[in-house]
Write a protein of this length. Structure first.
Length: 292
């Protein structure tokens, strides 16, 4: 694929994309599949040729031609196209002028999906939070309960007082197991002292995940909202990266959590990261609105 990638230096028509795919060893790629991938946000729509290039068929940019090869290379590693949608999402999150927001919108809807797929997304979000806050002495029962409760919040209504209390109890069971914290009365906080993650913080993150899923499933995620979430994500990651080495050095056995992610991990985490920052943007926007 590397040689073919380097050879792509000009925009191309759909026939060029098919030829690229076949040259890379994917003879099953055809016009119908490319149109399907465009609809799902894996690829962007082609653009009409400018006058100096003559009239005729629309063309895909150099970046989109290269993106197709990357998608084809990763396709064999995933079981569903929804997982592939994280590749254009990751590129949109981190690199300007590679994937346009209109494409990211479609890719986002593909990744979240509906029905069974949206349940999987909620579970992925729950497992991601668990990985961040799990105490090594938490019981398997506590971990299972945490994932179940967070996953079941998918697309539902806002938490009731009782529901929030149950969620907080589940969070504390995995963050602050009784075998360690009951007698001491201490409260666990994770991360830098300036913005520690406590059990209450995790509840807030869970509410954000729920808000993002509900907003997406209701069809209310417009391009401007996604762009605000991207700006929030980039700003928070910039702050994190500035502190990463210090956090790793002071975290002992947990230092590996703060290592630099590789490119594959960026792709694998893009959807979950965007889900959280989108939810935080929604909850902060709601907090900024004047009460009636």
């Amino acid at each position: 694929m590397h040689t073919i990638w380097q050879d792509i230096t000009e925009p191309g028509t759909i026939d060029d994309l098919i030829a690229d795919a076949q040259a890379a060893g994917h003879p099953d790629m055809n016009a119908r599949r490319i149109h399907d991938w465009i609809a799902k946000g894996l690829l962007d729509r082609p653009r009409l040729r400018t006058r100096h290039r003559g009239s005729g068929r629309a063309e895909h940019s150099v970046n989109q031609r290269r993106l197709l090869l990357l998608l084809l290379d990763k396709r064999r590693e995933v079981s569903h196209l929804s997982a592939l949608a994280q590749i254009p999402l990751a590129m949109w999150l981190w690199w300007d002028d590679y994937v346009p927001t209109r494409q990211a919108q479609r890719a986002w809807l593909t990744w979240v999906g509906r029905g069974r797929r949206s349940k999987d997304v909620a579970r992925e979000g729950a497992l991601g939070l668990l990985q961040q806050v799990d105490h090594q002495l938490a019981t398997p029962t506590a971990r299972t309960r945490f994932v179940r409760i967070v996953s079941e919040l998918r697309g539902g209504t806002a938490l009731t007082v009782r529901g929030r209390a149950e969620l907080l109890d589940a969070v504390r069971d995995v963050m602050e197991p009784d075998s360690v914290f009951a007698a001491s009365g201490l409260v666990r906080a994770i991360g830098p002292a300036q913005i520690p993650m406590t059990a209450e913080t995790v509840v807030g993150y869970t509410e954000a995940l729920t808000a993002a899923l509900r907003h997406t499933l209701d069809g209310n995620v417009e391009g401007a909202l996604l762009e605000r979430a991207r700006a929030m994500h980039r700003a928070s990651m910039s702050d994190y990266l500035a502190q990463r080495h210090e956090l790793a050095a002071s975290s002992g056995e947990l230092g590996s959590l703060f290592r630099e992610p590789d490119l594959q991990e960026h792709f694998d985490q893009a959807g979950r990261q965007l889900l959280l920052t989108l939810g935080l943007e929604l909850t902060q926007r709601r907090a900024r609105q004047p009460s009636s």
